[in-house]
Design a protein around this ligand. Structure first.
Ligand code: PGA
Length: 254
């Protein structure tokens, strides 16, 4: 079972390293697959802090060219150089705030695989798409663009996060600002994702995570669904107490 923490741009360098240090001291042997995704700025500091801990470290975003004149970007190969284990790709904030296309996601995914990092492929529909009855189509289009014709490396886990764009939180305490995605609605999409992925990469069994306003009080609802292999948590994973409560629930169910 995966419990992944996407710190987004919630924490500055000092806060990121301090939280990593607290995690190291508080998270000992776990049955869970744990990872944090700090900002590019804090990556090296967090990685150094979590060396030899049960918590892996991943990149929130990568660029697909290894190096060159790409102001502001960090490549998958450069993250590999710091022993990143995972990389998010296709996160809805990348798609919808920064305009990443399905084609960009594919290029990033290929670069992540070439660098030997384990991608976490994020897919999900907007509220408009859901209300138009297009959820299944959107998931299929995003997965097809990412995975069609790909030779999946043996030994690499296919991890897909279902993250309905409309259910992603604005921060802890701001739960009322977005409609919740119930666990049953998430499960319906997770089941579709397993079917689509199976058709695109026969024989590769995906681990499907849910992300979108997961909180300590709701995490068990998501984790107990038939097609759930874990959660990708944003805001609620940016403080030690909240993260520990989420992990304790997951540990109980693992
Ligand atoms: P959230 O973020 O838990 O704050 O909704 C999840 C994500 O976007 O990965």
């Amino acid at each position: 079972m995966y419990v992944f923490a996407n710190w987004k741009m919630y924490l500055d360098y000092t806060e990121s390293v301090a939280l990593a240090s607290a995690l190291k001291n508080n998270v000992k042997n776990s049955k869970l697959q744990l990872a944090v995704f700090p900002s590019a700025l804090a990556f090296a500091g967090v990685k150094a802090e979590l060396e030899e801990s049960a918590v892996s470290v991943g990149a929130q975003n990568v660029y697909w060219v290894d190096r060159g004149g790409y102001t502001g970007e960090v490549s998958a190969a450069m993250y590999r150089g710091l022993d990143a284990r995972y990389a998010l790709v296709g996160h809805s904030e990348r798609r919808h705030v920064f305009g990443e296309t399905n084609h960009d996601v594919r290029q990033k995914l290929e670069a992540i695989l070439a660098a030997g990092l384990n991608p976490v492929i994020c897919v999900g529909e907007t509220l408009k798409e859901r209300e138009a009855g297009k959820t299944k189509d959107v998931l299929e289009i995003q997965l097809r663009a990412a995975l069609a014709g790909l030779v999946w490396p043996s030994g690499m886990r296919l991890i897909i996060a279902y993250e309905p764009v409309w259910a992603i939180s604005r921060g802890v305490g701001l739960e009322a600002a977005v409609p919740p995605c119930g666990a049953a609605a998430a499960e319906a999409c997770q089941s579709d994702i397993v079917d689509f992925a199976g058709g695109l990469l026969p024989g590769v069994i995906p681990a499907v995570l849910y992300g979108g306003s997961v909180r300590p009080g709701t995490v068990s609802d998501y984790l107990t669904q038939a097609h759930s292999s874990g959660v990708l948590v944003g805001a609620a994973a940016t403080t030690l107490a909240s993260w520990q409560n989420i992990c304790a629930e997951a540990e109980r169910l693992a």
